[in-house]
Design a binder for this molecule. Structure first.
Ligand code: NAD
Length: 498
């Protein structure tokens, strides 16, 4: 049964890119499904001077692909109110409070408040303190805070930010977004593991050789050079999305599928990730920058020639690494991770590579290895699974062939499945923190990443480069080759094949 939620959203950064591209369409989808109905309102805030009418038009424009009727969109947009607001100005919170109370009364919201900070994390501390001091946090309903990445740029800055938030909100009220956790197939990892005896019984170092996680982007930094050059792939992708996926793959089965139980297991998995010593980093991690390349539409710039990127930038646009998890289950199983910009293909996939059978009975040479069984989980853009098996080639003799059992979500399922942001806002409205990152997870992830970052910052040698449009530098292949492995990568084909 669909239950309506009574809630007042206050969106800081209401004129920004995230609000327009993700938040307003997601709220509309929740409205269409009846989770938001009559007893909700949205206050959008930012510095610009906009009227309610103008704001509502902007909100409607963001819904173009979703709108069923103009009347319906107008009805939805009429729940939106704009308040010009400089987050650094204490006075402005007083106006915000007056409006919030008025809307609470009008829509009979009963004090439930969701504060969405869709702006630079520099402001998070100020905003939360002002929310408290100016009395915007209510006593009679729930008060929840959603915040966007990045959560700090290292452990220390993240800890300071966390302290600031915790002065006002307790951990159960803080919802740290990692939008990868809202993705259908990332959420499916637990189902595949815990709903299938065949898989869960083999999910350990007796049967698994290695696990590979690839998050590859085909685009370069585009207009985000200024931001990216200060961040780099390690902070931008590894600290959050990749380590979150590692924790879901590595965690022990939770006692129940409740947020506390799942997060406890993820925290334990992240704490078991081996922290490298600075001098070991070069053996376990490689970094690189994209060089030039070409496509049908012309030549591609190298990273240092991109807009707002330093000419002598040492920022990595590619990272590959080996993550080790010191638990009984995972002793000796490397988790290889890689992510980069301007790679050959856009796609996120996990490949679980199983150990070989002890002898190859199908070859003259019993030591000659058969292709391994590989379970692939396709996260995006294709959503699905494949399982690579060895079978007999049809015909005379006993020659083997590899065969892929495949399942791909239909285009219709993908189109109808909720957007990551829609799911995450829905979860937050229900107080379900499963798919948000707990502070202990953030802390462990930063501690792991900080060692690598510091080792790299001290190493002034020239960064390897990789050709734009490739799957990374040779050093990334070498990382696996020295352990006797290679990257598995099944390009996601547009039709039925994956
Ligand atoms: P943006 O620059 O488009 O928007 C920032 C918003 O903050 C604007 O509405 C601006 O008016 C407002 N703002 C800035 N200074 C202000 C002040 N002093 N007082 C009041 N309002 C002020 O940024 P964005 O792309 O929407 O990103 C917002 C946050 O979300 C950032 O933390 C970003 O890292 C994160 N994020 C964004 C995306 C995305 O797709 N855009 C994806 C992941 C995370």
């Amino acid at each position: 049964m669909t239950t309506e939620q009574n809630v007042l959203f206050t969106i800081f950064g209401g004129t920004g890119d995230l609000a327009k591209r993700k938040l307003y369409p997601s709220l509309y989808r929740l409205y269409k499904k009846g989770f938001l109905k009559e007893h909700f309102a949205v206050i959008g805030t930012a510095r610009r001077e906009w009227t309610n009418d103008y704001y509502r038009e902007i909100v409607k424009e963001t819904l173009t692909d979703l709108i069923i009727s103009e009347e319906d969109a107008t009805e939805f947009a009429n729940h939106f109110y704009y308040q010009s607001h400089n987050v650094n100005d204490a006075e402005h919170y007083v106006n915000l409070k007056v409006l919030a109370e008025k809307l609470d009364d009008h829509y009979q919201i009963n004090g439930n408040r969701l504060f969405y900070l869709a702006m630079s994390p520099n402001f998070f501390g100020t905003i939360t303190q002002q929310l408290d001091q100016q009395g915007l946090v209510t006593d009679n309903g729930f008060n929840r805070l959603i915040i966007e990445k990045p959560f700090g740029h290292d452990y220390e800055s993240a800890a300071i930010l966390n302290e600031q938030l915790r002065e006002v909100f307790d951990e159960s009220q803080i919802f740290r977004i990692d939008h990868y956790l809202g993705k259908e197939m990332v959420q499916n990892i637990s189902t595949v593991r815990f709903a299938n005896t065949m898989i869960e019984s083999m999910w350990n170092n007796r049967y698994i050789d290695n696990i590979q996680i690839t998050l590859s982007e085909s685009l370069g930094v585009e207009e985000r050079g200024g931001y990216y050059d200060k961040s780099g792939a390690l902070r931008d992708m590894v600290q959050n999305h990749i380590l979150q996926i590692v924790s879901l793959l590595a965690m022990e089965p939770p006692a129940r599928l409740k947020d506390k139980d799942i997060r406890n297991e993820k925290i334990k998995a992240l704490r078991a990730v081996r922290l490298y010593k600075p001098e070991e980093v070069k053996d376990y991690f490689v970094r690189a920058q994209y060089g030039i390349g070409s496509t049908e539409s012309g030549l591609l710039n190298n990273y240092r020639n991109e807009m707002n990127v330093a000419e002598d930038s040492q920022t990595e646009t590619f990272v590959a690494g080996k993550v080790l998890i010191d638990t009984f289950r995972w002793k000796g199983v490397p988790f290889y991770i890689r992510t980069g910009k301007r790679m050959g293909e856009k796609g996120t996939q996990i490949n679980v590579v199983f150990k070989n059978v002890p002898l190859n009975l199908f070859s003259e040479d019993v030591e000659e290895e058969l292709p391994p069984n590989v379970l692939s989980i396709f996260i995006q853009p294709t959503e699905g699974f494949s399982l690579q098996l060895n079978t007999k080639k049809a015909g005379i003799g006993l020659e083997t062939d590899t065969f892929n059992l495949k399942h791909k979500h239909s285009a219709e399922t993908v189109a109808n499945s909720p957007e990551a942001y829609e799911k995450l806002i829905f979860d937050c409205l229900n107080g379900d923190a499963t798919n948000f990152t707990h502070w202990d997870e953030v802390a462990s992830s930063w501690k792991f990443v900080d060692v690598i970052r510091q080792a790299w910052d001290q190493d002034q040698s020239e960064l390897p480069s990789y050709q734009s449009g490739s799957m990374g530098p040779a050093e990334s292949d070498d990382l696996l080759a020295k352990d006797g492995f290679n990257w598995h990568w099944n390009p996601a084909l547009p039709n039925d094949e994956i």
